[in-house]
Write a protein that binds this ligand. Structure first.
Ligand code: HEC
Ligand code: HEC
Ligand code: HEC
Ligand code: HEC
Ligand code: HEC
Ligand code: HEC
Ligand code: HEC
Length: 341
């Protein structure tokens, strides 16, 4: 009899907690959705709350000069404050840096502490910079990015260091602005533009191109004249779609082949077996693709085959089951203790 009266309140509590958990989970998910959206839309926010970055204050010591078009310093001999114009290529944008992958870094994590004094010592110019693989290689935390495989694809690519010693990963991944998109950004157009601008930094700019080679820069528009609706193709498809060898195991293919191996056949994309399924669209949710209307008809035809499955509902259910199991165990324990007292 005692046993029976004990179990009843337990069930009441359990049901109440179940409702509570369900309500809580639903409120939480509806809360986070708009927040996520804002984040992906703001590739370049205009205002940054610097208090969120533990090294921001320290970095201002550098950015008071490198974040401005003008800088001032005290001349050691005359003791007068001199104001000069900062070299355009040495100016950094805080807004872009503080959304980049390495936003939590101190400038001096990658640059010598000796930059703390100005004028900077001349020998600092020869300072060797760490490469991606020096920090990310063999690290479990970044295993999903497959840095080692990217490294070997890069070595085999037209740009590799064997082609020109000055060509490093940093040439495409700007140290102060690079931010992952293809993997995380649901806005396909943004990713395409972002990725293509990386290539156009050199292939669309004589000065940057000529820093690396004496060969004359080919005219990109002329070289792609065979492609109809060129402007539309350059904004709707990534350069790497035609120029990089696609491996299923990488989110972003890095083996850029010589021009004779580039994709030229229209059917490669404009067909049921579009190569775009294996690369560009692989990591995008199907609704986004539908909204963007890329390669319209064909995507519609087998929309169900692309994009990850909708695991959100499953996630919620598994969270609920997990919390309820824990609660049941706690209640059980409490009742047992009560009983034994
Ligand atoms: C008083 C202004 C001032 C401050 C403060 C300052 N810099 Fe500089 N920095 C310059 C100027 C001007 C140059 C270009 C002339 C030179 O190389 O000395 C430069 C050049 C550089 C270069 C490029 C050298 C090259 O390869 O040509 C780097 C890297 C650099 N600074 C990093 C830093 C870092 C990191 C800090 C903070 C720890 C910092 N600077 C603080 C004014 C400043
Ligand atoms: C993740 C590493 C990293 C961080 C963090 C970093 N830098 Fe750099 N920085 C580099 C590399 C690598 C280069 C050389 C890029 C190249 O060779 O093209 C560079 C180049 C520079 C240059 C030379 C001009 C240029 O853009 O090539 C300046 C100036 C500079 N950094 C200042 C800063 C300042 C100021 C900060 C902090 C706000 C900072 N860096 C943070 C890695 C970093
Ligand atoms: C000096 C060491 C260092 C170098 C050099 C470096 N990284 Fe990083 N990187 C880190 C660390 C540490 C983090 C984690 C930062 C954090 O969690 O705030 C990171 C974060 C990242 C992320 C985001 C990871 C995530 O899941 O959020 C990417 C992508 C990345 N780095 C790519 C690169 C690439 C590409 C290069 C070379 C062009 C490079 N890194 C060079 C240390 C480095
Ligand atoms: C020719 C230009 C180029 C070179 C060189 C290059 N990358 Fe990339 N990389 C890209 C582009 C474009 C992306 C796609 C960026 C995005 O949208 O996320 C990318 C993305 C990445 C990513 C993120 C992939 C993911 O799974 O989300 C990593 C990590 C990376 N590169 C590492 C490297 C390393 C390491 C090197 C040097 C060994 C290197 N990259 C050299 C162009 C380049
Ligand atoms: C930092 C400058 C730079 C960036 C960024 C860059 N390239 Fe290049 N690229 C070059 C240079 C320089 C050459 C010529 C190399 C040589 O032959 O000396 C080249 C060569 C090529 C070639 C080979 C052409 C041939 O003759 O076979 C292709 C294709 C190519 N790039 C595509 C790309 C793509 C796609 C991207 C973006 C993912 C990209 N590049 C980013 C500078 C760059
Ligand atoms: C639809 C496929 C496609 C797209 C998209 C594309 N290319 Fe090409 N590209 C080609 C083909 C095919 C060639 C070879 C043309 C030839 O040899 O006449 C080529 C040639 C080139 C060359 C070599 C020019 C030369 O003759 O030396 C470069 C560099 C290049 N493309 C860069 C780019 C860049 C950068 C982008 C993105 C803005 C891009 N391509 C987009 C297919 C494409
Ligand atoms: C690398 C993939 C790729 C290749 C190769 C390619 N296309 Fe496209 N094409 C696209 C994408 C993506 C679009 C954008 C479609 C959209 O907006 O729905 C497009 C758009 C077009 C459009 C405009 C359609 C519209 O509605 O605006 C035409 C026409 C076209 N392509 C013809 C061709 C022809 C002809 C070839 C061969 C010479 C070719 N394409 C090669 C991917 C490709």
């Amino acid at each position: 009899m005692v046993y029976k009266t004990n179990i009843r309140p337990a069930w009441v509590v359990l049901v109440l907690l179940m409702i509570f958990t369900l309500a809580f989970t639903l409120v939480k998910t509806s809360d986070t959705t708009p927040e996520k959206k804002v984040q992906t839309e703001q590739i370049v926010p205009t205002q940054i709350d610097l208090s969120k970055f533990k090294n921001a204050e320290e970095n201002e010591k550098c950015l008071k000069c490198h974040g401005q078009t003008k800088y001032s310093y005290e001349n050691a001999e005359s003791k007068k404050t001199v104001t000069k114009r900062m070299y355009a290529e040495l100016i950094m944008n805080r807004d872009v840096f503080y959304v980049s992958n390495h936003r939590q870094f101190k400038c001096t994590d990658c640059h010598s502490e000796d930059y703390g004094t100005f004028p900077h010592a001349g020998n600092l110019r020869m300072e060797a910079k760490a490469n991606c693989i020096d920090c990310h290689g063999g690290d479990e935390k970044y295993a999903k990015y497959k840095f080692e495989q990217i490294e070997s694809e890069f070595q085999a690519s037209v740009h590799s260091e064997t082609h020109s010693k000055d060509f490093t990963c940093w040439m495409c991944h700007n140290a102060h602005t690079y931010k992952i998109n293809a993997r995380t950004n649901e806005n396909l157009k943004e990713t395409i533009v972002y990725d293509n601008l990386i290539c156009l930094h050199c292939h669309g700019d004589v000065n940057n191109y000529q820093l690396l080679t004496d060969k004359k820069k080919p005219n990109l528009l002329q070289k792609h004249e065979w492609l109809p609706n060129q402007a539309s193709h350059f904004t709707n498809v990534r350069c790497i779609e035609c120029h990089a060898k696609n491996e299923d195991t990488l989110v972003v293919a890095h083996h850029i082949m010589s021009k004779k191996n580039a994709v030229r056949k229209c059917e490669s994309c404009h067909s049921k077996n579009s190569i775009l399924y294996a690369s560009l669209y692989k990591h995008q949710v199907s609704e986004v693709i539908m909204k963007e209307g890329l390669v319209k008809g064909l995507i519609m035809a087998d929309a169900t085959t692309i994009g990850p499955d909708k695991s959100n509902t499953l996630n919620i259910i598994s969270i609920i089951i997990f919390s309820l199991t824990i609660l049941a165990i706690i209640i059980h324990a409490v009742l047992r203790i009560k009983k034994s007292v």
